[in-house]
Design a protein around this ligand. Structure first.
Ligand code: ZN
Length: 353
């Protein structure tokens, strides 16, 4: 997103300028000195009538301002720049993206774009793009419900909303690229008590929290799903996780909701995925939303398909309740762990559809 002067709310940015808010994402030029700064600059605050606001250093330059030597506005990357580049790469998944394009996107040089990206992500933009592509393909191949879910993935690539670039959120750790290389993941399985269509659940956890929560037909299939998702990780049974499994089962049965809520999660995904998964956690039990409702509530009404794709790539079922998102008119659409299980989970929560 290029913040342009038209979309900046002058009251807000002025307050941020006066407060020297370093995280504010705009630049300001001072007409009396011809210099532009970023918020947080130590120089004397300008008079408001002499101040102009810009979304990027390039805009400020184009308006005839030169960079402040004190705060060096062209060398500082906005906090959301990496998320913004990720979002762009995710949308251009099938096309090579030039560094110059990324640079332009965040108002920096191609070199700076590359450096900042690599620093934050542990991978170059093209490596990142390849990983996303491989991931999406793997998910497609793995998914039994090819019809609906694959269609959702495929469709996601065509999404062209720019809205979701607005908010910086999580960042994809470099380790995401390696399928969990060098990581230890413990797991425990249990059969769900009603032994209905839910079958077996597996909780996989790193030292940071639950990274995999899947439903399967047998304990073997459950373990295999974990190994497939994190092929490079060191995976071992961990009986101490039985408690977490029990908590999840209680949560499914309708009790222990609070406790389950407190299980720490270790979610890995792109900035966009993390945002969607966060929004899913805010849908209360017993309620459902459609993909388009969710997209609209997240402020990106044109990203319905991308939202659906992020739901379909959720790795932590139940706790990140992607089952609470349904199609228009309440149809169940796809579910990574089987539509019948989705139906069962919603029924257990007493959701009306
Ligand atoms: Zn300055």
């Amino acid at each position: 997103m290029m913040i342009n002067a038209n979309t900046l709310d002058e009251e807000t940015v002025w307050r941020q300028l006066v407060a020297r808010d370093r995280n504010a994402e705009f630049f300001y030029g001072v007409s009396t000195t011809g210099v532009f700064c970023r918020p947080g600059c130590g120089s004397r605050p300008p008079l408001r009538e002499n101040t102009r606001f810009f979304g990027t250093p390039a805009d400020a330059r184009a308006a005839g301002f030169r960079a402040c030597k004190r705060c060096k506005p062209e060398e500082t990357v906005r906090p959301s720049a990496v998320a913004q580049m990720c979002a762009y790469l995710e949308r251009q998944i099938d096309k090579p993206v030039r560094l110059a394009t990324l640079g332009k996107l965040i108002g920096m040089s191609p070199f700076t774009a590359q450096r900042v990206f690599k620093q934050a992500m542990g991978a170059t933009p093209s490596q990142y793009q390849r990983a996303i592509r491989a991931n999406a393909l793997r998910n497609q191949l793995r998914d039994g419900e090819t019809n609906v879910t694959t269609a959702i993935y495929d469709a996601g690539y065509g999404s062209s909303s720019r809205a979701y670039e607005k908010t910086p959120l999580g960042m994809t750790p470099g380790r995401f690229l390696a399928g969990g290389r060098g990581e230890k993941i413990g797991f425990a399985t249990a059969e769900s008590s009603d032994a209905g269509p839910l079958g077996w659940i597996i909780v996989g956890s790193t030292e940071r929290g639950v990274c995999w929560l899947a439903l399967a037909d047998s304990p073997e299939a459950a373990e295999a799903s974990l190994r497939e998702e994190f092929p490079a990780a060191e995976i071992a049974s961990d009986p101490t996780l039985q408690k977490a499994v029990a908590t999840v089962l209680e949560r499914i049965a309708g009790g222990g909701g609070k406790q389950a809520q407190n299980l720490p999660l270790d979610l890995r995904g792109t900035a966009f995925q993390l945002r969607v998964w966060q929004a899913l956690q805010e849908i209360p039990a017993g309620e459902t939303k459609t993909y388009s409702q969710l997209a609209a509530e997240m402020g990106m009404p044109n990203s319905t398909r991308a939202v659906a794709r992020a739901c379909a790539t959720n790795r932590v079922s139940v706790l990140v309740p992607c089952h609470r998102v349904v199609g228009v008119s309440g149809s169940l659409t796809g579910y990574r762990w089987g539509v019948e299980r989705k139906r069962q989970l919603l029924k257990a929560e007493g959701a009306r559809r």
